[in-house]
Unconditional design. Structure first.
Lengths: 336, 336
DNA sequence: TTGTAGGCGTTATCAA
DNA sequence: TTGATAACGCCTACAA
């Protein structure tokens, strides 16, 4: 292998030391605002550092400090604005602890998830945040490697911060029951562990109402617009159509509503549609979408706090996160 | 400062060397699949490494190699799905060059942008990708530091990959003219350098048609839903309303359409609305949005290629990126 | 095919 | 208040 050498040489503390006529160790102290350096020396060194355009070498620092001050966040899907708010919560909380955040996208691909974890482990991050992981068990590898790992919304994981998915989905179902619906369809998402809680809530809610589970009312969304259209077709093909559908998420719900309207089905008059996530545009479509909002920002904050205590040897208690919130708009109504 | 020590000790090549009864340098060679190591030794070492859960220390590696194999990407706004596709292009192209991608979000805040660049510089990334920067001139600091920097869509930057913003916006204006519009409003975005090209295209297009620029028809969008609503109110307050509005982006356009419909204005019968970006949901609203699509994926790819040549000492030629593409849907029509 | 030695940039410790 | 030194984990000559 003859890997290309991108890097050119750069100014180091040695260069500064030479220019300032002091020892490198003095430069270090000066740059760290140590009290053990004469103020005027500090000034002089700071000036020279600035002049020379000095940038600390984190590799060297990490090597000797055995800590990078970095938190790695494994993002399942950058395209989903759902995760952006989580990121903000993470960033804001991280700033309070002098931690810096690095993101790596995986597009929901399991192998990419593994590579992301590997990358962060090599980087010697101080902690790993893994929202909606495909494979939580794998990350115990991270733990074994001595790096604290906190999962977001994966209750099976050893360390996790979660909001009550089941309760959120249950509240949607309850809302539909309250409107008088008895025959309710459900759109499940792409294969993966996250599929379960919503499906569980769906079936549980039906059971509570004494309604039999009907596999004909289960549709599958793969994340694409085409898939939402296909669901609309499936819906139309049904002889005994549901009066309401609980969609996988808002993107799915919005596309579904559009496809149904295109095919002459009125929402909510002919069928009620509910979503999940409450993305920004959910209130701007016609009809505005009934959905359930998650406290993503708080989840982000809590996950960093949890990680921080973990990293400091404290076994943190169960973090409490506000519950999902039902947002009733006009895409749901009483059945005809 | 007594910074906390998160990190526990971990297995290094020394541990492997000890367990395998060889010298650390042999371990290095074995792990690098060097031909200068006996196959069976390689096997044995690989086995032990796996067993011990060895994770390479990138800090040490970067230090000696003087290259991290990392590309830092400064993301202006994770919440904007517009950037997700760019990220994909970047990732795919980077993979071809054995480069790993790291993202850092800035929320469009200038100071955060600076911090992101600083972080990446400290990390000794092999290159910096800065889409839609607030302050390109600052990044010449990166260049001075010996790190190649490529801007995406900032023509003023020394090294940049751009698609023809002006042409894209111009095609929207032309489309509106073709429909017969003469009085066209424009929504400008949040303050920043990116504001200019669209505004320029708007004015230029008017001029070409011999239409006088009317400041009353300029609205301002700050990124929030409230702001879109406010624009709807401003529009209604106008005595001589425009027959078409070129919105800042799709999110703005969608929110604006919603707000207008809410207030009894029909789109496109009473007013045509055009957007910019062609986000996934733009085709799913009522009416489906006329907009202009950017080749974000290609921009991502090209920017990495450009960066790669830069890093290898080649001054790359102007990269060519497909032009923006007008997407005509139903939110625009002929004026009444 | 393997071992030895030196150094990458920074910091902590100890000595001056 | 400052300087000298060793060490962090890994890699590359060079020697054996």
């Amino acid at each position: 292998m003859n890997k290309p050498r991108w890097q050119r040489t750069r100014t180091t503390i040695k260069d500064i030391a030479r220019a300032a006529n002091v020892d490198p160790s003095t430069v270090t102290r000066a740059l760290q605002d140590s009290p053990r350096v004469k103020p005027e020396t500090r000034e002089r060194i700071a000036g020279i550092a600035a002049e020379l355009g000095y940038v600390p070498n984190m590799a060297a620092r990490t090597l000797v400090n055995r800590s990078s001050g970095l938190i790695g966040v494994v993002i399942p899907d950058m395209a989903n604005p759902f995760f952006a708010e989580l990121g903000r919560g993470i960033e804001d909380e991280a700033a309070k602890h002098d931690l810096r955040i690095l993101f790596h996208d995986t597009r929901g691909v399991e192998s990419a998830e593994r590579e992301a974890v590997q990358l962060f482990l090599e980087l010697k991050v101080d902690g790993l945040l893994v929202p909606m992981a495909r494979s939580p068990q794998d990350y115990y590898g991270g733990l074994k490697a001595g790096v604290p790992v906190v999962h977001v919304n994966r209750e099976e994981a050893k360390h996790h911060v979660t909001c009550d998915t089941v309760a959120g989905s249950h509240s949607i179902m309850q809302h539909l029951f309250d409107l008088g619906h008895r025959r309710i369809g459900f759109v499940r998402g792409p294969a993966g562990p996250w599929r379960e809680p919503k499906m569980f809530a769906y079936r549980q809610a039906l059971e509570e109402q004494g309604i039999a589970y009907d596999p004909d009312l289960i549709f599958t969304f793969d994340g694409t617009l085409d898939s939402s259209r296909a669901i609309a077709e499936e819906f139309l093909a049904l002889t005994n159509r549901p009066t309401a559908v609980f969609a996988w998420n808002d993107v799915n719900a919005i596309a579904l509503i559009h496809a149904l309207k295109d095919r002459g089905v009125r929402v909510p008059e002919d069928v009620s549609i509910a979503g999940h996530d409450d993305i920004q545009l959910s209130g701007c479509i016609d009809p505005p979408l009934t959905t359930v909002a998650w406290p993503m920002y708080e989840l982000g904050q809590q996950s960093v706090r949890y990680l921080y205590s973990l990293g400091h040897g404290n076994e943190p208690g169960e973090p409490d996160v506000p519950p999902p919130r039902l947002v009733v708009r006009q895409s749901t109504g009483s059945p005809a």
